[in-house]
Ligand binder design. Sequence first.
Ligand SMILES: Cc1cc2nc3c(=O)[nH]c(=O)nc-3n(C[C@H](O)[C@H](O)[C@H](O)COP(=O)(O)OP(=O)(O)OC[C@H]3O[C@@H](n4cnc5c(N)ncnc54)[C@H](O)[C@@H]3O)c2cc1C
Length: 456
Amino acid sequence: MPAEPRSDGRIVIVGASLAGLRAAETLRDEGFRGELTLVGEEPHPPYDRPPLTKQVLLGRVRADDVGLPRRRAVEAHWKLGVRASGLDPDGKKVLLANGEHLPFDRLLIATGTRARPWPDADAARLDGVFTVRTRDDASRLAERFDAGPRRVLVIGAGFTGSEIASVCRERGIEVTVAERGPAPLVGALGGALGTFAARLQRAHGVDLRCGVTVTALKGDGGRLTGAEFSDGSRIDADVAVIALGAVRNTEWLADSGLAAGPRGVACDAGCRAFDMYGIVTDDIFVAGDVARFPHPLFEYQMLSLEHWGNAVAQAEVAAHNMISAGPHRRPHLAVPVFWSSQFGLNIKSVGVPTFSDQVVLAQGSPEEGRLVAVYGYRGRVTAAVSVNRAKWLEHYRRMIETAAPFPPGPGAADGPEPAAPVPSDVPDPKVLSHGPTVALTGHLPDRRLTLVRPGG
Ligand SMILES: Cc1cc2nc3c(=O)[nH]c(=O)nc-3n(C[C@H](O)[C@H](O)[C@H](O)COP(=O)(O)OP(=O)(O)OC[C@H]3O[C@@H](n4cnc5c(N)ncnc54)[C@H](O)[C@@H]3O)c2cc1C
């Protein structure tokens, strides 16, 4: 007999942002009638982050005008401005920093990421040093840009750093970008498009310094005055934006027994969290930037994405599965999609560019400022990135979904002779970015894992 759908009971969602809101809406859309509680550390109702490093920093939209549009009314208890500090999975309770315990029948973890801070805490406190993850961060930085800084230093040339550098140039502000890798965006898009991005930044007047690290931020009287670089050079700057990537918000789960660590909370393709033994839990789900999940199209590799579209699609699947009996559960199979706007260009990607060994320029050219680069892995198409040519991405999405052969046939290319593929030059996924998080110990067959804490 098929199991009954689970439309009653208590659901708690921790993380009241994009994934949390879309999950709550889906739960009500699909007939969940029980008690719903959303817990969010930020005091604000859910808002949209992509405009923060675009329209908000440009001064075109105010930071308090980026609230997420609601798809429907959600009857729920909103606990905003309070952090979840722990999880008791056996007792089925979320512990809040204000001492409250929230009982649940099913839980969704949607705590996303935060900006990686500057490693020297004293220097990070200097007036003029910023990160951008929240609307409050963006509001403070926009004010500083309004005041007309003499020079901004952006540390890190990933998407966030590059967008901030672009805003500076559009506002006529002098900007230096320091990037440890050989070019901007290499970590996400590989070497070929990185070279294009470097040329673009320099053509727009960015003082781009690659292959260097910032060794110290300097201050005087509590204010930032400049920075020193690993090549011995230094600059004067009154604003520094730390754009060194994101840290996943998993610390509150440290004693929960879940597979939670620096790469996120591991879950199955149906968004159910794994415990630390890799066994799937039944009532704890994960969605959005904090999730780490296997994707069949990418050899079941565990993906950790920081993509708006993924947060929405995964939240919808998680919510559906939270109230559906086993055979009616769905896998999260959406092909990842990401976009960015910088230096007057609209960059869009579909698939996973880092899951590649080769790339081919299928359409346009860097000189035209319009192109499509197609990525392949072992002879099949795995990703495509467009610059001002987004309409083609649907075509390539289908190729990715059907594991079409790489390089793609001439039909997709501009000219009669498609360009020759070159190495995609993406970071080697085998290079460890974190130390071990668990170790096998002891003799009891069902209890042989211990958590290895960073620095522990
Ligand atoms: C500046 C910026 C620009 C971006 N631009 C783009 C773009 O152009 N294109 C694109 O595809 N994506 C972009 N993104 C990424 C996109 O915004 C994210 O993928 C999306 O916000 C993920 O949603 P989420 O709900 O999973 O996590 P988040 O939005 O990170 O939300 C998690 C929420 O959980 C809360 N939280 C954390 N820990 C706790 C706790 N212990 N207790 C309670 N609450 C907690 C946090 O305060 C936060 O509000 C951008 C992100 C940023 C920051």
